[in-house]
Design a protein around this ligand. Structure first.
Ligand code: HEC
Ligand code: HEC
Length: 427
């Protein structure tokens, strides 16, 4: 069976870790397949909750990767907890998984150094790029799923005419709620599509239509800044990664597979994501809550060298794109109200010469969103396709808009390079 090829053990190990955060009380299992929805009662979820002492859950707790944002209310913590349970859940065929999929659950790909992080997994996008740089989607979509359900009638294959086959690694979700709370104007103010200040850098805001609200927004999530909200990204991931259709993405997709054939491979009525009777939440609401309240990772120890390294980072122009701090807007929730978000990204699309050749959403084939550098010390490999083993390799791969910065990097004295490295290692 296909599923044997996926690291279920890793997911289970992660689920056990997550159990430390799943405080007391039974966790309702959300039924997805309609037949199951009827039968669903208060049956408890596979992840056994590890009882923690009751009490204020977000205060006075040492900050650990995977913790919720400090200062959230007890109700918000409850949402976070329910969201975490859904995030670590392993999906089964009868619950809507497939017919084509990349993983069995969110935590399979978002698990290191804690639930919400990354995993050694990559997925595949493909298409056709002509000599003039015009991109053509082949077979209806660019995402070619890795797996299909037995009897594998719907196993995807990349068409021979594809001349771009690109892989992408996961992006960690720590602090995602703060990133979501950054106003569009803050990102737009940093954009300079025509390079009017002639610094060689022409960051572009990804203007997208948010499927959750139907409004034009500035995308900020994904390697191509393809989504602006966590609800939309989570819903897209639920359908794209697990094949679970939902209120925002109602139809099964599978690149290169005829929609009628897909229907025969997965007869479960769409949308497959159902409201959990006890909480009234859909799976996509639960994912949103978990990601929204997931705290950013703390900085590592910051020595004198790292402090010097940050000045080097600024002076050679890294901070033109990896903008140290953006600020959230006014927000009725104090946790998100006008907070500094030290993510080291402008959230804009750039051409730094590493583009994957895939046109997606508002992003051109040669454009990639500046990745946030917070939590960099927990992340390897680097770059969208995992082609860099460490920060230095990643830096040396930058070109085009970042050519000036890399030139200055190459000219640094050995101790300045070491300081920059120490700074990056402290993130
Ligand atoms: C098979 C692996 C896999 C699974 C399963 C998976 N993801 Fe991801 N996730 C990725 C990859 C790869 C990316 C980068 C995708 C891209 O931009 O093309 C990503 C990116 C994201 C991002 C963007 C984060 C940012 O800051 O830009 C969010 C949000 C996200 N995933 C949420 C989820 C949720 C919620 C689930 C479960 C419904 C999920 N993912 C399941 C691999 C996975
Ligand atoms: C013109 C904008 C720009 C400049 C200037 C720039 N970067 Fe980047 N950086 C990017 C983009 C875009 C990527 C993602 C490229 C990819 O994944 O293909 C990236 C990726 C990285 C990564 C890998 C992060 C990850 O999560 O994979 C590191 C580390 C990094 N940059 C450090 C630096 C340093 C250090 C400098 C200064 C020498 C610098 N960057 C200058 C835009 C820039």
């Amino acid at each position: 069976m296909t599923m044997k090829r996926t690291p279920i053990l890793a997911v289970l190990a992660s689920a056990v870790l997550a159990g430390m955060l799943l405080a007391q009380g039974p966790l309702p299992r959300r039924a997805r397949a309609r037949a199951e929805r009827v039968a669903a009662g208060a049956s408890s979820q596979a992840t056994t909750p590890v009882p923690l002492a009751p009490g204020p859950v977000t205060q006075g707790r040492p900050s650990q990767p995977g913790n919720p944002l400090p200062g959230i209310t007890a109700d918000e913590f409850e949402l976070f907890r329910i969201g975490l349970a859904d995030f670590v859940e392993v999906e089964q065929a009868g619950e809507g998984l497939g017919p084509v999929f990349n993983g069995l659950g969110c935590a399979q790909c978002h698990a290191t150094p804690a639930i919400g992080g990354i995993s050694p997994v990559s997925e595949v996008r493909a298409g056709y790029l002509d000599e003039d740089g015009a991109f053509t989607v082949l077979g209806g979509d660019t995402l070619y799923h890795l797996f299909s359900l037995p009897n594998q009638e719907c196993q995807p294959s990349i068409p021979p005419e594809a001349n771009v086959v690109a892989r992408r690694i996961p992006i960690p979700l720590f602090g995602a709620g703060l990133v979501e709370a950054i106003p569009d104007e803050e990102i737009l103010a940093l954009s300079d599509p025509g390079d009017s200040n002639a610094d060689g850098i022409s960051g572009r805001a990804a203007l997208i239509i948010d499927v959750a609200t139907g409004q034009q927004r500035v995308g900020r999530f994904g390697w191509k800044s393809q989504h602006a909200t966590l609800l939309a990204f989570g819903a897209d991931a639920y359908r794209n990664e697990m094949g679970i259709t939902n209120d925002l993405f109602r139809n099964e997709v599978g690149a290169g597979i005829d929609p009628e054939a897909l229907r025969l491979c997965d007869p479960a009525p769409d949308p497959e994501d159902a409201r959990e009777p006890l909480t009234g939440l859909r799976g996509i609401d639960a994912f949103e809550a978990f990601m929204k309240f997931l705290a950013p990772l703390d900085r590592g120890p910051i020595g004198e060298r790292a402090v010097r390294g940050e000045t080097v980072f600024q002076s050679i122009g890294c901070a033109s794109c990896h903008v140290p701090v953006l600020t959230t807007g006014r927000n009725s929730n104090p946790v998100f109200d006008r907070r500094g978000v030290a993510l080291y990204s402008d959230l804009l699309l750039h051409d730094v010469g590493t583009g994957d050749g895939i046109e997606q959403s508002s992003a051109a084939p040669n454009e990639i969103r500046t990745p946030a550098l917070w939590g960099l010390r927990f992340r390897r490999p680097l770059l969208h396709d995992g082609s860099a083993a460490n920060p230095e390799q990643a830096v040396l791969r930058h070109g085009n808009e970042a050519a000036g910065a890399v030139e200055r990097y190459r000219e640094l004295a050995t101790d300045e390079k070491a300081a920059l490295q120490a700074f990056l290692d402290s993130l």
